[in-house]
Design a protein around this ligand. Structure first.
Ligand SMILES: O=C1O[C@H](COP(=O)(O)O)[C@@H](O)[C@H](O)[C@H]1O
Length: 262
């Protein structure tokens, strides 16, 4: 991969990881606000929202370190086709872990949820979410792909990210921005997900992977690749992609720069 290698950072604890993740997110936020006065960020579900809350809800160490939630537009990197208050909803999880805990003086982000009126038709659900992106990122005719300022992603123990699963036909999609999936190997089966080209087109892409349960797949992603969805993101995004891991998740992986910051 040469100088297009992703950054792989390993921290001794999740606390230390969260501190660096915050610094990184603030840099992305400030760059986004400078570029177009807002910060457009896509977030995943799973274990990410908890770590994200840990990173974002601490008081700033300086004015430059401030989280400006009133400038944030939050989109979902993937979402399950369930009501927003369902236990499987990625929005519901983010709400419980982060959104409900944001103090009033930090501002309120705009949060783009799925259109729950379309839950019965997952293709329509994906199409509606794509339309939302078209409206937010300008007309599709003039914009080939939406460019998120940052995508915050998780990595499943099988190497999936968003709802892009190993070996699935959705990995070959080149046109659509948002895709439906009806046969997710991880429940619930019906979901929507950003496509690989949209994910890899972001200004910055950050993965958060913690715990010993991730170490086998981390070895495969970084040492073999094997067409795993997370490895495909690494290959396409190169140095725009940064992994925030703890030591347990990269135990035995030869690559990481320990705890250093970008
Ligand atoms: O199903 C999903 O799983 C992935 C990974 O979750 P994790 O708990 O292993 O971190 C998550 O990134 C994705 O958003 C979610 O829908």
């Amino acid at each position: 991969m040469g100088n297009r290698q992703p950054n792989l950072l390993a921290f001794p604890t999740v606390d230390a990881l969260a501190t660096s993740l915050r610094t990184y997110i603030v840099q992305c936020q400030n760059a986004g606000i400078q570029r177009h006065e807002v910060f457009k960020v896509a977030v995943s579900g799973g274990s990410l929202p908890k770590t994200l809350a840990q990173a974002l809800l601490t008081p700033p160490s300086s004015p430059e370190d401030a989280i400006k939630f009133d400038k944030w537009e939050i989109f979902f990197a993937d979402e399950r086709a369930v009501p927003l208050d369902h236990a499987d909803s990625n929005y519901g999880l983010l709400k419980a872990e982060l959104l409900d805990k944001i103090p009033a003086d930090m501002g309120k982000p705009v949060v783009h949820t799925i259109d729950v009126a379309q839950l019965d038709d997952v293709q329509e659900l994906a199409d509606q979410y794509e339309k939302l992106l078209v409206n937010s990122f300008a007309a599709r005719d003039s914009v080939k792909l939406p460019v998120f300022d940052l995508l915050l992603l998780g990595c499943g123990p099988d190497g999936h990210t968003c709802s892009l699963f190993p070996g699935h036909a959705l990995l070959r999609e080149t046109d659509a921005w948002v895709l439906p999936i009806e046969d997710s190997p991880k429940p619930p089966p019906k979901r929507i997900t950003l496509s690989l080209p949209v994910v890899t087109h972001g200004v910055k892409i950050a993965f958060v992977a913690t715990g010993g349960g991730k170490k086998e797949i981390m070895k495969k992603i970084f040492e073999e690749g094997n067409g795993l969805p997370c490895a495909l993101v690494n290959e396409a995004a190169g140095e725009r992609c940064t992994w925030f891991t703890d030591n347990a998740a990269v135990d035995g992986v030869s690559f990481p720069r320990r705890g250093s910051l970008i």
